[in-house]
Design a protein around this ligand. Sequence first.
Ligand code: BGC
Length: 445
Amino acid sequence: MIKASDFGKHFLWGVATAAAQIEGTSDYYGKGPSIWDAFSHKVGKIKKGHKPNVACDFYHRFREDIAMVKLLGFRIFRFSIAWSRILPFGEGTINPEGIRFYHNVIDECLEQGITPYVTLYHWDLPQQLEEKGGWTSFSINRAFNDFVHICAKAYGDKVKHWMVINEPFGFTSLGYMLGLHAPGKTGLGNFFSAAHHTALAQAEGGKILRAEISNPTIGTTFSCSEILPYTQSDNDILVSKRVDCLMNRLFIEPTLGLGFPSENWEVLEKFQIEYGTWRHTERYKFDFDFIGLQNYFPLTVKYNAFIPVIQAWEVKAKSRKKPHTAMGWEINADGFYNIIKQFSSYPNIKNIIITENGAAYPDKLIDGHVHDVDRIEYFKLYLAALLKAKNEGMPITGYMAWTLMDNFEWAEGFTARFGLVYNDFKTQERTIKDSGYWWQAFLKS
Ligand code: BGC
């Protein structure tokens, strides 16, 4: 049986969260609205019309929740700062109440012996900035840089571990190309311009943190999925490479100084012409101390001429009769191992931390217990794959489980439960699931 000690004494174990998914108090204590507050008011955008304005009420319950992180045995708590809590309009006036709140969260972590890992941007753009074009506008970079300066100055003496951006591909594709997430924009033009500004923000944010904080450890996080062609036909292989370009390579390669990938595909070539200049390539580059990888599932794709632009169609796990989670995501730890290997093969990646990994299941609270056996099995499989990768010399130094407690799962509202702790959203009562207890025992092992 796999043990935490197999990963070595210095391996970092943590649990991850994000502000908009847990904090609540969306429009209290001086906070301005974020794009998720606005998006959740549009009809039909979020399952069951759920809204993030109370979420897990972490704003009032953070002390108990951090105590739970400790009880489960994690040494790291990853959380994000809500930009519009610090700057209600995204820029200009600072909200002292917001500054104070994160001081309290950080102090609580430190008092309980938990190391805070702070994400600067986990998808909750201030709505006022979105009204000026959001990530598609060039003015976003100045606003983001100011926000990073403010956070570095306020917390840099206490917080030494930072992540600049959470999954740039995740929010630029879902929010600016497909319109499924906030702010609900669509089209390639929006996507590429958002991608360009995000890649800049990521590097510039890293530079600011390094200049302002003494001895920081600076990372950023990327979503990643192994992409498999459905058959070995030329067309399936062709589209699997396109999807790989978009989902896996689009943001890591500019960060590493390689510029945006082109891969012989006219869509990306157009993007290259606009943003692939030497000047941009230099500005996208930053030597992060660690790269955060976030993986949940591999993706199988098939050529389909009727799908615009990418001509790829996902062949779902269910239709291939493969095991999957409540999100329909394939459970396949080989995919986890393979994608870590793919990222490890870039020449200049020094250090990888898995900053998210986990699974949603339709948990039921019965007589005060949640027997989430499937989630335990998922973690066992994925951790075994991680250990294999580490033992083969891939530079993996940490792992963070997604997520501490059931929360606001973006467009899924409260219908998808990913937590190690069950949350009753009516009473805010927390119940540690069997998977939480499994982690507790595992981390002692
Ligand atoms: C995001 C999380 C999200 C999780 C599960 C990641 O892409 O960073 O915020 O809850 O996936 O969907």
